[in-house]
Design a protein around this ligand. Structure first.
Ligand code: PLP
Length: 409
């Protein structure tokens, strides 16, 4: 008998449509195309099996790989399925760092990244540059890419990259908090000119803007299926065949030896289905969500003291509206919105209930007390014009209430 606290059929959660979901950058609702693929492929067996059911599972996996490659301007062999965007970032950053050591020797030890990266990259770079647990001298040195007040890397001030000293450069394509786009094409060009491999964390971009891996010229690129309506815990790593990658994962050598572990044909099929659906509607969604975002930002700007960090003029994802209201606590803003029926976030990872200012905002030069009043509303497939009307009418009152509640110390 299942215990009452562990029902055999998990609850599906709140009724869709009863609330406003304004946290698409955290995770997007599963697309019907992906749900269908999950249903159709749920009984697949071992894709490495040398028997009929194995060959069938393998075919589904390889069809998905081919489809993803086509949609992202890559070759089939360059697509590696992983278990998350975080895993893809780890495999790429660690893999390129150790690949540099192996192919170019110990002098290639500098890793360039900006302070505004996602923790999947920040923590990986810190780990590589901080030394292994238990002692030992660090094998890599961190060099911070300079960013401006919008969090964008200053290409002209980032210096030249040099294969003799630099292990790799890594930069996100779009920031998960602000939605602001980075000048990745110019940065990749600079790195390539110096013979230095470049990793792009494109987790927020894939499925939302056109991506052509070959035209971009990066060595590796990370994506995550649940950000574009695919299943959770399915990631994509694009890796050029000539990228010197030494994977930190040891095991059976699946996925080109980069991501050992039994592959997930069901997840891959659902990822490909979601990506195809997302890519087909990029233009329409970009226009629709951009209008929503602009409306919300214009209401935010009427609120005294409001700071708006999403910068559409300099290039931003269409679905992000990131702002701060000094004098309000971000946690109060999201709690008040929650009570009003809106799922929103501050945008930054908070640890064990402790309200911390976003490292992205402080990295952009925002004072801690202002950064603590951050609110991120992100729109996507589930967002309707009525949702946006309601959000626009709720926002000023919610900010007033949060300011009245004051700041926690
Ligand atoms: N990189 C960026 C820019 C992200 O926004 C995220 C998720 O929020 C990740 C990496 C990690 O992706 P995942 O949740 O699939 O591990």
């Amino acid at each position: 008998m299942p215990s009452p606290s562990h029902p055999s059929h998990p609850s599906p959660g709140p009724t869709p449509g009863a609330r406003i979901f304004a946290d698409h950058a955290a995770t997007a609702p599963l697309r019907p195309e992906a749900a269908r693929a999950i249903e159709e492929t749920g009984r697949l067996l071992n894709p490495a099996g040398q028997y009929a059911s194995g060959r069938h599972a393998q075919r589904v996996l390889e069809d998905a790989r081919e489809h993803v490659a086509e949609l992202l301007g890559a070759d089939r062999a360059e697509v590696i399925f992983t278990a998350s965007g975080t895993e893809s970032d780890n495999l790429a950053v660690q893999g390129l760092a150790y690949g540099a050591k192996k192919t170019r020797g110990p002098a290639a030890r500098r890793i360039h990244s900006a302070v505004t990266e996602h923790p999947a990259v920040v923590e990986t770079v810190d780990w590589l540059c901080g030394g292994v647990p238990g002692g030992g001298t660090p094998q890599f040195d961190h060099v911070a890419l300079p960013v401006d007040g919008s969090g964008r890397v200053q290409v002209g001030e980032s210096g030249a990259f040099d294969a003799a000293r630099d292990a790799l450069v890594t930069c996100m394509w779009a920031n998960n908090e602000t939605g602001n786009l980075q000048p990745v094409h110019a940065l990749v060009q600079r790195a390539t000119d110096g013979g230095v491999p470049f990793h792009v964390d494109a987790v927020q971009v894939v499925g939302h803007l056109p991506v052509d891996f070959h035209a971009l010229g990066a060595a590796t690129l990370a994506a995550s299926a649940h950000k574009f309506g695919g299943p959770k815990s399915m990631g994509i790593l694009l890796a050029r065949r000539d990228a010197a990658l030494v994977s930190p994962l040891r095991g059976g050598g699946q996925e080109r030896g980069v991501r050992s572990g039994t592959a997930n044909p069901q997840g891959a099929a659902a990822t490909a289905a979601a990506l195809a659906a997302a890519v087909a509607e990029i233009e329409v969604q970009h226009r629709r969500l951009g209008e929503y975002r602009d409306r919300v930002l214009s209401v935010a700007r009427t609120i005294p003291g409001a700071q708006v960090y999403t910068d559409p003029d300099g290039g931003a994802l269409a679905g992000h509206a990131h702002m701060a209201f000094p004098g309000a606590e971000g946690d109060s803003l999201i709690m008040l919105l929650d009570v009003a029926g809106v799922d929103a976030s501050t945008g930054s990872a908070c640890s064990a209930g402790v309200n911390r200012a976003s490292h992205v905002l402080t990295g952009m030069g925002v004072p801690v007390e202002v950064a603590r009043g951050a609110l991120r509303l992100t729109f996507g497939t589930a967002t309707t014009a009525q949702d946006v009307d309601r959000l626009c009418s709720l926002l000023p009152g919610v900010v007033d209430q949060a300011r009245a509640a004051g700041m926690a110390f």
